[in-house]
Design a protein around this ligand. Structure first.
Ligand code: ATP
Length: 493
């Protein structure tokens, strides 16, 4: 087994790959950064400011693959004999490249459900008997965060992955599932909504009479020095490498953030040694994490850091589709009517509507499904789901307090090379309009379109200018929801 393998891999898939000219053991079909991690390699790219970065925090991951530059390293898979080299950020932009010469795939359904997590699955299951449904999921799997967890939690008795398998095995022929497909926005088209989506280079145009936004939540990015150094793991990436790929993030791991209980059972299950450090200040090392220093000056010799904090609802799909926001108990949340709609025809379910246990998100998916069934004239009982849902509380998040005494140049607020100091300098110059801050600093303008970084931008403005979070003007997300490049080739006609 490779140094960080947790499980035996299929020997028939064993191949050799080359990184920076050296051979390494890998397995056909593995994600390239995972194969390299299993061999103890963390540093895969360098930012414009010369900062070393890995694959599992944030920011784009350009690599050179078989001599070809600008390959998105997070999506590339292992094949025998491939040669990989590091590439700096340079001109790289993470982009879905739609081939404009290909005919778009046109799909007409009653309902488009964006997001195939447990909420989207619940909504689809509720409606599939009577309505045609397109379920659109960006990742290569259904179940969202639940698919990545192996320890029972969140109100289901079984192992999360088994729950997902059990539910998706009930899908019928009215349901069309699009995985590895990114929905780019929601647009009004007469009586329909148009949801353009990209599956690889194929444009998919989904026309639907109703839309469910089940787009979930993202991990809160914790602010400490060198918070994007190779070996720092966002929680969802840590879960993915452990439970999907059977690889450990490191031999000795520091867990930082305010919700260590989200990762500890997984580490214990796999026997990964860990230490909980509630007050991280700085990560240090040559090419990867070697030590973590806390605010009291304690030094922890570790080879990886997992950030296990709160999740924040992804507000981009909400504002892009015309929804309004309110700020409540630490989160920006969509303003919903009694049927969970941001406006006529567009529903929200799951973590996107507020952070709560998986079970509650599943019920909320069923709830919006039941409302939609009724609108189409079918019998359904949303009130029953509403009652069940009331047993669960929507989680709040204590506002993180920013430590302005940190070396702010070493704190990354946004994966796209925007350090905290850059944004702070603009705020200190008297600008507190996030729209202008975006323009001046590039915060929330890059590959994540602000999903991860806008919250911390708002927090910074709020705490520097003593303005309550709820009084800040949060910029509306512009389509496309994810960076997309259209490849248009002259047809010569
Ligand atoms: P829970 O929060 O309990 O896990 P959930 O279903 O509310 O349940 P997630 O598990 O985060 O939330 O699932 C949301 C899913 O939506 C993710 O799998 C994510 O990849 C997907 N998603 C988010 N935005 C898009 C998009 N624009 N296009 C396609 N899929 C998306």
């Amino acid at each position: 087994m490779r140094p960080l393998d947790l499980t035996e891999k299929d020997p028939s898939k064993k191949v050799t790959i080359y990184f920076e000219g050296k051979p390494y053991e890998a397995y056909e079909g593995e994600k390239i950064p995972v194969a390299l991690l299993a061999n103890g390699i963390y540093w895969l790219t360098t930012s414009l400011q010369g900062r070393k970065r890995g694959a599992f925090t944030f920011g784009p991951l350009p690599i050179v693959l078989n001599g070809m530059k600008n390959v998105d390293g997070r999506k590339a898979k292992v094949r025998d004999g491939i040669r990989i080299e590091r590439q700096n950020y340079g001109e790289f932009q993470e982009a879905v490249e739609i081939d404009g010469t290909k005919e778009p795939l046109r799909v007409v359904v009653d309902v488009a459900v964006i997001g195939g997590g447990i909420a989207g699955i619940g909504a689809a299951l509720e409606m599939q008997e009577h309505l045609t449904v397109a379920l659109i999921e960006e990742k290569g799997w259904l179940g969202g965060l639940m698919f990545l967890e192996s320890v029972p939690q969140g109100g289901f008795d079984e192992e999360p992955r088994k729950v997902v398998k059990g539910l998706t095995s009930k899908f019928n022929e009215n349901l069309r599932v699009f995985t590895q497909t990114v929905a780019l926005g929601v647009f009004d088209e007469g009586e329909y909504f148009l949801v353009p989506a990209a599956k690889g280079d194929q444009l998919v145009e989904i026309m639907a009479k109703r839309v469910v936004l089940a787009t979930g939540a993202v991990e809160n990015i914790l602010l400490f020095e060198n918070n994007e150094f190779p070996g720092v793991f966002r929680l969802d990436f840590a879960l993915e490498v452990i439970n999907k790929w059977g690889v450990a993030p490191g031999r000795k791991v520091a867990v930082v953030g305010r919700r260590p209980e989200r990762i500890i059972p997984e580490l214990e299950k796999w026997g990964i040694e860990y230490v909980v450090v509630p007050n991280p200040k700085r990560v240090e090392g040559e090419e990867k994490v070697e030590r973590l220093i806390d605010t009291n000056g304690n030094v922890y010799e570790v080879d990886a850091v997992i950030v296990s904090d709160y999740r924040i609802p992804d507000i981009n799909p909400i504002t892009q589709a015309g929804g309004k926001l309110r700020f409540k108990r630490g989160h920006y949340l969509p303003v919903l009517d009694s049927k969970n709609r941001i406006r006529e025809g567009i529903y929200v379910a799951g973590s996107a509507a507020g952070i709560k246990p998986h079970r509650a998100n599943y019920i909320e998916g069923r709830l919006v499904g039941a409302h939609i069934l009724r609108e189409f004239g079918y019998e359904a009982s949303p009130a029953v789901y509403r009652e069940q849902l009331e047993e669960y509380e929507v989680e709040g998040m204590p506002l993180p307090v920013i430590d302005f005494s940190m070396n702010l140049e070493d704190v990354q607020i946004c994966g796209c090379d925007v350090n905290f100091k850059k944004v702070d300098d603009v705020v200190k110059s008297g600008i507190k309009d996030l729209q202008i801050i975006k323009r001046l600093t590039h915060l929330a303008m890059g590959f994540c379109q602000g999903r991860f970084c806008l919250y911390n931008g708002a927090l910074l403005v709020s705490q520097r200018t003593e303005t309550p979070m709820g009084e800040l003007d949060i910029p509306v997300a512009r389509p496309p929801l994810k960076n997309v490049k259209m490849k248009v080739v002259a047809r010569g006609e």
